[in-house]
Design a protein around this ligand. Sequence first.
Ligand SMILES: C[S@@+](CC[C@H](N)C(=O)[O-])C[C@H]1O[C@@H](n2cnc3c(N)ncnc32)[C@H](O)[C@@H]1O
Length: 264
Amino acid sequence: MWLTLLYCVIGGAALLFALFSWVIPYIVQYHPGLAIFWHDRIEERVLDTLTQSTRPQRLLAAVQKNATRGDPRSVVLAIDQFCRQKEWAMNVGDEKGCILDSVVSEVNPGAVLELGTYCGYSAVRIACLLPPHGKIITLEFNPDNAAIARQVIAWAGLEEKIQLVVGASGDWIPKIKEQFGVKTFDLVFLDHWKDRYLPDTKLMEECGLLREGSILLADNVICPGTPDYLEYIRNSPRYKSQYFKSHLEYTKVEDGLEKSVFLG
Ligand SMILES: C[S@@+](CC[C@H](N)C(=O)[O-])C[C@H]1O[C@@H](n2cnc3c(N)ncnc32)[C@H](O)[C@@H]1O
């Protein structure tokens, strides 16, 4: 009887492990709602409890273990490997990251604003493609995420290029000109909470942070989605807008980037 009980416990544990590690992650990667619910709500909380650490802390540990100090590309690679092999995280990711890279290379911006830093993945990706005089200001309102991002950026050796500002976009956008001496941004990467895309775009217009030819690049316009932003940016005579189809980071769910040129 004890032997049967032992077999049941071991079998149950193996089943749970297989479900958690392979079956559910495989199924959810094709389903928009389930993918975010599983990775963001269930998996993260379970792993936080089991490891007594946070996802950004685990991501940083992977960078410190697998990336070479002072080599930004190895930092990006270490994060992508962590997210594909161990644990999903809400970076723009490798697939959409290539679209981001091509826009940065095409614009060759001197001044970039990023809304939503998280662990610094996209800031590092952008910063290593900037021209010698180029700088990026990245805003993050969660101080724990900002603390991790600072260490990721330092590991990549990009502290000189990336100015990380802790605070909410709505508070900082009106103060940016005065505080950082920036006139206008050549490129703005919107990747914070999705309900802020539209109000922050209007705020940037009001504050004169966009010039004729400034580019707005918005992530996650399909998943989780930014319908009010898309409606505005695609119909406003002040923008010329284009959609780049791709997938939600590290999944097979459709998502994409919206690139919009400000016409003045
Ligand atoms: C999708 S993640 C950013 C991912 C990052 N751009 C990357 O690709 O590596 C969104 C981040 O925006 C931050 N955030 C959300 N709303 C914000 C706001 N209004 N102001 C500043 N940060 C915000 C969140 O705390 C979160 O860390």
